[in-house]
Design a protein around this ligand. Structure first.
Ligand SMILES: [Zn+2]
Ligand SMILES: [Zn+2]
Length: 209
């Protein structure tokens, strides 16, 4: 089974050091490009020797879609994203995703998890049959994604509790910024974070606050 896992490629691009990923079916060489943030030439290189079949968007913040128009034109494949509510983006997807949907990439598939809070159109993509999840800006090694209002922060807390902590400990989260991490290594600090009263807080949160 492990020999047939999807190949995961990553490049950090642009002024916000955003992680763009590509998942490749090793059998068919079909690929999906996730979050084309910047540097189209770099993203073309990350797709080398593959046949792209989709562009997936974890959410519509500019650091994740800065090279979308260029890559959409270059690849001519469907763009898939959650319908939101968006915050300031006029993204027109070819396929609107909802929680529980799957996206085929060759003989593999990705499952969509709706994870709002950081923004209203935030989704994660898990590689079905293995432990890897591309989590966008829903969660980082050091804390949850930044929020713009108390209401959004409360939504983040619900997403952490109801969706992300429901994943197995062996889940490996690949975020939109910074290093990947094993969920089980963070479970205790996340649970402690959820157990505290954060009042009317919103903004850039860290687990230790
Ligand atoms: Zn973001
Ligand atoms: Zn980001």
């Amino acid at each position: 089974m492990s020999t047939t896992r999807m190949e995961l490629r990553m490049r950090t691009v642009g002024e916000w050091a955003e992680n763009t990923y590509a998942l490749v079916c090793p059998t068919t060489r079909q690929s999906a490009l996730i979050d084309p943030g910047a540097e189209p030439e770099t993203l073309q290189a990350v797709l080398a020797d593959t046949q792209p079949v989709a562009i997936l968007i974890t959410h519509t913040h500019p650091d994740h879609i800065g090279a979308l128009d260029a890559m959409r034109t270059a690849l001519n494949v469907p763009v898939m994203a959650h319908p939101g509510p968006h915050a300031g983006s006029d993204l027109a997807a070819d396929r609107w995703l909802k929680d529980g949907d799957t996206v085929s990439v060759g003989r593999h598939s990705l499952q969509v998890y709706y994870t709002p809070g950081h923004i209203g159109d935030m989704v994660c993509f898990s590689a079905v049959g293995d432990e890897r999840v591309l989590v966008g800006d829903a969660i980082f090694e050091g804390g949850p994604g930044k929020t713009e209002s108390t209401e959004d922060f409360q939504t983040t807390l619900r997403t952490l509790h109801d969706v992300i902590l429901a994943w197995p400990d062996d889940t490996v989260c690949y975020p939109g910024h910074g290093p990947h991490f094993r969920l089980g290594d963070k479970r205790a600090v996340i649970e402690a974070f959820l157990g505290k009263d954060h009042g009317n807080f919103f903004g850039d949160a860290v687990w230790e606050m």
